[in-house]
Design a binder for this molecule. Structure first.
Ligand SMILES: [Mn+2]
Length: 379
């Protein structure tokens, strides 16, 4: 049987200022396009089952366009009788039960199985005379709830295949965290052979954790961390107890994050020249990109011809300049005081504080600063 594992589609996400002719945020449309490509593939390849491992939507209250789009695409799958299992991720799961869950809109669509009640649920299917059980644990409000539910999960010995699906960071391995406050931790002992396949969502980079366990990654690039990644979904073939997996890449808008320009020993015109070279190599048209300036002295940073950079990048969807500005010029010792780049200031401030979750606060703060700076720097 052919199963598709997808996750982190973040419908309703939007970023930057660029809008389409119809006045809709371009990056919002890009995220829809990625999901539509996935649905097209599912239908064309006559998939037997789809498992979405969470963060279908970008937020607890997606906008009307995101809801309409999701319903339309999911109905396409429903009409083809392709079962679509979707679990709640941390982005769409409300903190308070009273808020109500956006996934309730899927309750009455045939062949759609939304799992969002903060508890372990099992779904069984018979596909081509083989039985498959999908063990699903969605996002929960509390870590304790999630941990209690995790203990209940058991493969069903009476079926041919057992699949486990959840949304969270894998324990202890920092790299699989998204540094989000409400993320849940999946213990590494879940990566055993008790399941034929483990479909995970949350970490946005496609990752093979074990022969039977994968993060499919997100379907779009949402931050510059994603720039070098391929984005897509996983296609699984289960037959005679064997598993074969293929990563299917989607066609996404290019996001480029070229190597930083080291500015400490350069003059103003040399820095400008390097910036211009980098921009022409990027070929800005229809792309998203970032220029990183390392150790740029204050006076040089202030002297940069931002108008010129803006003109060269006018056809880009978005570009930004990330500068680590050094006061006084030569960065001789480690005691150089950094100014400007608000992110640097914030980093120093957090470092000096006595906090438990420094890393998380730092990441979050910097992401907000970058968002605001991107807005101000836009075209
Ligand atoms: Mn996500």
């Amino acid at each position: 049987m052919k199963i598709l594992h997808v996750a982190d589609t973040h419908l309703g996400y939007s970023a930057y200022r660029k809008v389409t002719g119809a006045g809709i945020n371009q990056r919002e449309i890009d995220a829809y396009n990625a999901f539509k490509q996935f649905v097209d593939h599912a239908i064309k390849s006559k998939s037997d089952l789809i498992i979405h491992a969470g963060d279908l939507f970008d937020s607890v209250r997606p906008n009307n366009r995101a809801i309409t789009f999701a319903i339309k695409q999911i109905i396409r799958l429903s009409k083809e009788k392709i079962p679509f299992i979707v679990i709640a991720g941390n982005h769409e799961h409300p903190k308070l039960k009273e808020t109500g869950h956006i996934f309730s809109i899927f309750e009455h669509i045939d062949n759609v199985y939304p799992i969002y009640n903060a508890k372990y649920e099992t779904l069984s299917f018979k596909i081509n005379n083989e039985k498959i059980a999908v063990h699903a644990l969605p996002q929960c409000e509390l870590k304790s709830q999630f941990n209690d539910e995790l203990k209940k999960i058991k493969p069903d010995p009476t079926v041919d295949y057992n699949i486990f699906v959840s949304h969270g960071a894998l324990a202890g391995i920092k790299v699989f965290s998204m540094n989000e406050f409400n993320e849940l931790i999946i213990p590494t002992n879940f990566l055993s052979n008790n399941f034929d396949y483990i479909a995970l969502g949350h970490y946005h980079r496609f990752t093979k954790l074990a022969n039977n366990a994968f993060y499919s990654g997100s379907t779009e690039r949402f931050t510059f961390t994603d720039a070098p990644d391929k984005k897509g979904f996983i296609e699984l073939e289960l037959s005679n107890g064997k598993l074969k997996h293929t990563f299917n890449e989607l066609k996404n808008r290019p996001m480029l994050d070229p190597k930083p320009i080291k500015c400490s020993n350069l003059k103003l015109d040399e820095v400008m020249k390097k910036i211009k070279e980098t921009v022409s190599e990027v070929e800005p048209k229809e792309k998203t990109f970032r220029i990183t300036l390392e150790d740029v002295p204050t006076h040089i940073y202030r002297g940069l011809d931002f108008d010129e950079i803006r003109k060269m990048s006018s056809e880009a969807i978005h570009y930004e300049i990330k500068a680590n500005v050094v006061k006084g010029g030569e960065a001789k010792s480690g005691t150089t005081s950094k100014i400007d780049a608000l992110a640097n200031e914030f980093e120093q401030f957090i470092e000096s504080q006595d906090l438990n979750e420094k890393e998380t606060i730092l990441e979050l703060g910097i992401s907000y600063i970058e968002k605001v700076e991107a807005r101000d720097e836009g075209k």
